[in-house]
Design a protein around this ligand. Structure first.
Ligand SMILES: [Zn+2]
Length: 580
């Protein structure tokens, strides 16, 4: 347990803007800061941070809260760990409870095991058994500094040296299994997952080891074996080397993405410290978003073979989705960055990085290179394929420019390509786009008016007074709005968020606090909204009366008809007065 005062101290000293900036590129807009939301996919920024209120809120997906809530969500950790992380950033040490194994969180236990395993692999590499791995390292010309920096190690060529080592340190077999280090044997006991492999530990950006990637040292398949996904590890959400690259990426605003672990080590050794790699799988949107936290641009330096190009195209989609600019680096005759750096030198690679071209340009060149441009048919087919590709470009200005560019390469009229693109745009739209959704209801004006009232009440005492006088709590039609309004009269705004029980109600308050402020005459706006809410009630009453009236008329109950008629008239009168 972290002492309450400690939590308070950290909360008070922390600035949510500074903390969020560690993860996202914030842009100042008015009083608030905006960014693309890391918790849902969006094209325009609706993720809002208020320095004044020390809150964040996404108007797109509704996520929000204070600095701890942000870190919990972002780092996928529990509250105490979030407090620790924020404390760390402020240089405030959080006294961890002095408990041992038993009370340690499960997650911490797994981290500890992985860290022990890493040390064990490292010591193997220096020992007699590691000769084969050292030979391989030498062959790949990795420097001792690189090996140390990336903490490479060796998993011995036998069935249970790691398992035995960790069990002797008091580890539980089921934890070894959960950490992805060991597998249960057919008969009994456990055996090592990684055997006779050069081990690359995979870190998160906070320095935890999450798993390993093991390079086979004989011909055993797969060439690279990754840890299975676990409570701490998800292959699709981390990048190899990003822990060491993050600062350089932040500084240079771009990340170099390569395919292999060895490429990452080589690039770092050659001074390209902003390099990282997906873990042998196609780059995922989560990984792209992770890069987006630190960079504006991704420079792809994948292998120059068919598989590399295919991987590059998939990566490009994920990166575009995360709103990163994508450039592609041409390595000429070299297969991968490692080979290039070792054969031609670091300066040559630096040149390649400098000469990298936008991914779209690269793709157009590649399409065109497949055709014989000396022939009319070749040029025409190239133009068709370019049009097919450019249809996907959503930015019309960019599309226009690339049409010009392609026309130049094909020595053809840009209007021709342009009209091909237009044709395809039309077809794509009519086949792919769903018709306007029928189920979507029109915006509920009354709920909106109630939300405006909450916003007014939270920002102006005058408005609060008017609302209290003009509208009973029960007249709020939405139960959540009603509850918020009730609490809001009892508590100061800052405390409101702590006291409200439901997530939905908290969301309403954050939206009211961080949303665009209402411009105009407060009194007028408040009265308008009160009238809208009251008017709605009256309208509902009128509807009811009308129904009753028709029912009574049917059965000829004149008494009731008379009464209802006069009720109908007076309600209509009230409504008219309100909307006047
Ligand atoms: Zn969101």
């Amino acid at each position: 347990m972290i002492p309450k005062e400690k939590i308070e101290e950290i909360r008070e000293k922390a600035d949510i803007v500074a903390v969020v900036s560690d993860y996202l590129a914030l842009k100042k807009r008015g009083k608030n800061y905006l960014a693309l939301c890391p918790f849902h996919s969006e094209k325009t920024a609706s993720f809002t941070v208020s320095q004044e209120k020390q809150l964040f809120h996404c108007f797109g997906c509704g996520e929000g809260g204070n600095v701890f809530a942000f870190v919990m969500k972002m780092e996928k950790v529990e509250f105490p760990e979030a407090v620790e992380i924020v404390g760390e950033k402020l240089g405030i040490q959080v006294e961890k409870s002095k408990s041992s194994g038993a009370l340690k969180s499960y997650r911490d236990r797994i981290y500890d095991l992985l860290s022990l395993a890493c040390k064990f692999y490292e010591s193997n590499l220096d020992s007699k058994s590691g000769a084969k791995a050292r030979e391989y390292i030498e062959k790949r010309k990795l420097s001792p500094a690189g090996v140390k920096g990336f903490r490479l190690g060796y998993a011995e060529d036998n069935f249970n040296s790691l398992t035995k080592h960790l069990l002797s340190r008091g580890a539980k077999p089921e934890d070894l299994e959960a950490a992805g280090l060991a597998l249960p044997g057919k008969e009994s006991g456990h055996y090592d997952r990684f055997r006779n492999r050069l081990m690359f530990p995979i870190f998160d950006t906070r320095g935890h080891i999450l798993g390993f990637s093991g390079r086979s040292l004989n011909e055993e398949q797969p060439k690279y074996l990754n840890s299975p996904d676990s409570i701490v590890f998800n292959k699709g959400e981390v990048l190899f080397g990003l822990n060491l690259a993050a600062d350089a990426v932040k500084k240079s605003k771009f990340a170099i993405l390569v395919e292999g672990n060895i490429d990452v080590v080589s690039c770092h050794e050659a001074g390209f410290k902003n390099t990282a790699a997906p873990l042998g799988t196609a780059l995922t949107t989560s990984q792209a978003k992770l890069i987006k936290r630190f960079a504006e641009t991704a420079v792809l330096s994948f292998d120059s073979d068919a598989a590399g190009y295919a991987a590059m195209e998939r990566a490009q989609e994920a990166l575009n989705e995360a709103e990163l600019l994508v450039r592609v680096l041409d390595m000429g005759k070299y297969k991968d960055p490692d080979e290039l750096i070792k054969a031609a030198g670091r300066d040559r690679f630096a040149e390649c990085v400098k000469n990298s071209i936008p991914a779209t340009e690269f793709k157009i060149k590649r399409i065109i290179s497949r055709f014989n441009l000396a022939e009319v048919e070749g040029r025409a087919r190239a133009a068709h394929q370019v049009a097919e590709f450019l249809v996907k470009e959503k930015d019309k200005i960019v599309q226009r420019e690339y049409i010009k560019y392609a026309a130049g390469l094909l020595k053809t009229d840009e209007d021709l390509i342009s009209s091909e693109v237009r044709k395809r745009t039309f077809y794509n739209r009519s086949s792919g786009m769903p018709l306007r959704s029928v189920t979507k209801r029109p915006p509920d004006k009354i709920i909106e008016a109630e939300k405006n009232l909450l916003k007014l009440a939270l920002t102006s005492n005058e408005a609060l007074g008017l609302i209290k006088a003009g509208l009973g709590t029960d007249e709020f039609s939405d139960p959540n709005n009603r509850e918020v309004f009730k609490k809001l009269q009892e508590l100061p705004a800052e405390q409101l968020l702590l006291e409200l029980g439901s997530e939905e109600q908290k969301r309403i308050v954050r939206e009211a606090m961080l949303g665009e402020s209402l411009e105009g005459d407060i009194k007028q706006m408040t009265n308008d909204c009160i009238n809208a809410v009251k008017g709605y009630k009256v309208k509902k009453q009128i509807d009811q009366v009308r129904q009753d009236l028709m029912a009574e008329e049917k059965i000829g109950n004149l008494e009731a008809v008379k009464r209802l008629n006069s009720e109908y008239h007076s309600l209509s009168e009230i409504l008219r007065a309100m909307t006047r």
